[in-house]
Design a protein around this ligand. Structure first.
Ligand code: 4HQ
Length: 224
């Protein structure tokens, strides 16, 4: 079973996301084991202080190296992959999600404030990953994104095993085609007729054309 340790200052942040829906079901089925570790439990001062002002000046606070290093070492084993979520990381993609889903033991380190003392990162982190070119208030939301996207590649997590493979983003690097369900007419809008006629060759042709059209319009960079 895959084991994930999520290290942060707000372990309760994850109670919603990891205790609902598909992630909850995957944990209940024993497909993944997620532990929440509070970095504050590893401070070396009686005030349980984890942050301090940046050397060199500037706004905000920096997470001190000691509690971060000790929190990581408390969970690390020989086959642990330690990932730090930050805007300075390599872009998180479907390929990266698939790669991380193969790890036996994944540690996701969530930064807070301006970030983490570089010496803790140099000492303990294998890889820095970014979920996008914007700045979050902390790394917790990014860790939820990474766990969610990686879980889809663990066999048994999705009800229908084809879903992850057939998602057009995965299969062709294209945006998805439009989806329809009942009723056949909603507020005067009809379902495209090709989807109602059961001709699967025509349906696939239509879906591919729609995916291509959408991608050309919204994400032409994906077609390069
Ligand atoms: N942050 N992708 C700053 C992010 C982020 C991102 C996490 C904010 C780290 C210190 N993480 N903290 N973008 O914006 O992953």
């Amino acid at each position: 079973m895959m084991h994930i340790d999520v290290l942060s200052l707000f372990p309760r942040y994850f109670c919603g996301p990891f205790d609902e829906s598909i992630i909850k079901r995957a944990r209940d089925k024993g497909l993944v084991d997620i532990s929440l570790v509070d970095i504050r439990d590893f401070t070396d001062n009686k005030h349980r202080r984890v942050d301090d002002r940046p050397y060199g000046g500037g706004p905000g606070m920096v997470l001190m190296p000691h509690p971060v290093v000790e929190a990581i070492r408390s969970v690390k084993t020989a086959d642990t992959r330690v990932v730090y979520l930050s805007p300075q990381g390599k872009p998180f993609t479907a390929a990266k999600a698939r790669e991380l889903s193969q790890c036996q033991h994944l540690v996701l380190l969530c930064g807070h404030y301006e970030g983490i003392d570089q010496r803790a990162l140099d000492s303990e982190v294998d890889e820095e990953v970014s979920i996008g070119d914007y700045v979050l208030t902390n790394g917790c939301a990014a860790a939820v994104v990474v766990v969610d996207a990686a879980m889809r590649f663990i066999p048994g997590v999705l009800g229908d095993e084809r879903s992850a493979e057939e998602d057009s983003f995965e299969a062709e690097g294209l945006l998805d085609w439009p989806h329809y369900t009942r009723p056949p007419v909603f507020e005067g809008r009809e379902v495209p007729h090709v989807l109602m006629q059961g001709n699967h060759k025509e349906i696939n042709k239509w879906r591919y054309a729609e995916a291509l059209k959408k991608t050309r319009h919204i994400r032409p960079d994906l077609l390069e």
